[in-house]
Design a protein around this ligand. Structure first.
Ligand code: HEM
Length: 494
């Protein structure tokens, strides 16, 4: 604990704990795995920064998720959700939802994503015209939550344009959570927190139950769909059919199915927007600091879509597969995800489970006492795997590298079901904005945003940078850009 604190105090006080693991390893020369005991603040951990060991626990064995996963996701998911479920429950839902994430189905969503992104372009235009200082993450959050609304519930939340009950409740819920590894003492002691979390859960569940009821009632007239809600429904109707009953008789849904469907829909809405919105912010940030890379991306966009930046959406609506031609942009996104990996998969061992040191064969006890933590951002910033690890250099993916050290979506059977969707939507959003707008990070103006009602602390005290970046990660459930990425945008001069 004391050694961890020694390292932590060199970093910004709100820096996400996941960003401190590889600095701890470096400072104490611990190699690429080590035990970390943070008692009484957390579980004993086995930190893993070695690809062979990561493969052992995520791919070869796929150890169970650590109970901390459920504790973190509980208030934005619910019991039995796909992220924290295990065994048959997980298997059933994963196979039910897989068809909603097939490449061919995802391409049919491109026009709807383009429409949401057009609204986002209007928002950026307004900011550019007003020349105002604002936080980017709340804007990209509304955009990505509207996109996942379509994918999960087949609904347009319209949160980019007006308040939406479900979206507002979700955002409010995050504020009432004692999140992750850095909850504040005040938030632990706030007696309102459990009440508000319960109230928000009740509101979210009511909203989704209403949508489920509508979906059952309109099933025959609408036909089968591939929105997550429809796939959940179809999986239940399949059970009905298998039990010899007629699906036409189903007018209401049983409580246990409704609860499970709500848990999953909530987790999709959460997991389906949070990390994507952060990655978009970070991509704007890195491109603004790397003009040569930005120029190269813009050249690629000119080549694929022609020189009119406002025509990208129309081109994509006609031919969604143009996205596959954005090869350099894909490398850029991969590089952003390497440096700013938002989440990792945390696992637990079982009695008698031992890992082996891949070099010496030595047994490393890793039973169910341990939170086994292959730290995504630690892999991404590992000098062993990447050399100039802290440098933003998308071309590195054209060179020989250890593919297993790129870990933003986790690996093995529990990898991210939404990774293709995320890559599609990020390419669309960036393709539609990068040639119309110039982005300028504005951390040096943070003071001016104090008291803007956003809930961000606007904290300018203490260490202000990590790994040479003012936009370091803070833990808000997954890791997000500090202070919601203060910025300005301007209309691009041709
Ligand atoms: C940049 C964007 C994204 C990143 C970096 C990301 C990352 C991850 C990671 C690291 C996991 C493993 C979590 C764990 O083991 O506890 C995961 C799982 C998951 N993700 Fe994503 N994700 C992204 C986008 C999405 C999107 C767009 C969706 C929804 C459409 C989504 C839905 C899920 C779900 C449901 C799981 C659980 C899968 C399972 O266990 O079967 N994610 N994601």
């Amino acid at each position: 604990m004391a050694s961890f604190y020694e390292v932590a105090k060199q970093h910004p006080k709100r820096a996400a704990a996941q960003t401190l693991m590889h600095p701890v390893a470096e400072k104490y020369d611990l190699g690429d795995y080590f035990y970390l005991d943070v008692w009484p603040f957390g579980w004993p951990m086995l930190i893993i920064l070695n690809t062979d060991m990561m493969n052992e626990i995520e791919v070869k064995t796929s150890l169970p998720k650590h109970p901390a996963t459920d504790q973190v996701i509980r208030h934005t998911g619910g019991p039995g959700n796909l992220v924290s479920a295990e065994g048959q429950t997980w298997k059933r839902w994963r196979s039910a939802f897989n068809p909603g994430f097939s490449a061919s189905h995802l391409m049919t969503l491109v026009p709807a994503i383009v429409d949401q992104c057009s609204i986002f372009c209007n928002t950026l235009t307004r900011h550019a015209e007003r020349q105002d200082l604002f936080r980017m993450d709340p804007e990209t959050t509304k955009l990505t939550i509207d996109i996942i609304g379509k994918v999960a519930l087949d609904l347009d939340f319209r949160s980019q344009k007006e308040p939406n009950e479900l979206v507002d409740t979700f955002v409010n819920q995050l504020r009432w959570m004692n999140i992750g590894v850095q909850p504040s003492i005040q938030s632990f002691l706030d007696f309102r927190a459990p009440i508000m979390r319960r109230y928000n859960t009740w509101k979210m569940d009511r909203y989704i139950t209403k949508r489920l009821t509508e979906r059952v009632a309109t099933r025959t007239s609408r036909g089968k769909g591939k929105a997550v809600i429809d796939l959940a429904l179809e999986s239940y109707l399949k059970d009905v059919q298998n039990s010899g009953q007629s699906v036409d008789d189903v007018k209401t849904l049983p409580k246990d199915f409704t609860e499970a469907a709500i848990s999953n829909l909530k987790v999709f809405i959460f997991a389906g927007h949070d990390t994507t919105s952060a990655t978009i912010c970070y991509t704007y940030y890195y491109l603004s600091r790397n003009p040569t890379v930005l120029a190269k991306v813009r050249r690629e966009l000119d080549e694929v879509f022609g020189t009119d930046p406002t025509a990208v959406g129309e081109h994509l609506k006609r031919d969604a597969y143009l996205l596959n031609k954005l090869e350099y942009l894909l490398l850029v996104i991969r590089e952003v995800l390497r440096l700013q990996t938002p989440a990792s998969s945390i696992r637990t061992g079982y009695k008698g489970f031992v890992l082996r040191d891949p070099r010496t064969g030595e047994a490393i006890p890793a039973d169910d006492n341990f939170l086994i933590y292959p730290t995504g951002v630690g892999f991404g910033r590992s000098k062993q795997y990447w050399g100039d690890a802290d440098v933003f250099r998308p071309e590195r993916f054209l060179e020989t590298y250890n593919k297993d050290a790129w870990l933003p979506f986790s690996r093995g059977i529990r990898n991210c079901i939404g990774q293709e969707l995320a890559m599609i939507e990020m390419r669309i959003i960036l393709a539609m904005t990068l040639r119309s707008f110039d982005f300028h990070e504005a951390f040096d103006e943070l003071e001016k945003l104090k008291g803007d009602g956003s809930g961000y602390p606007s904290d300018t005290t203490g260490v202000q940078e990590q790994f040479g970046e003012p936009a370091y990660q803070v833990q808000v459930l997954t890791a997000k850009p500090r202070e919601g990425m203060p910025c300005r945008v301007s209309l691009r001069k041709q």
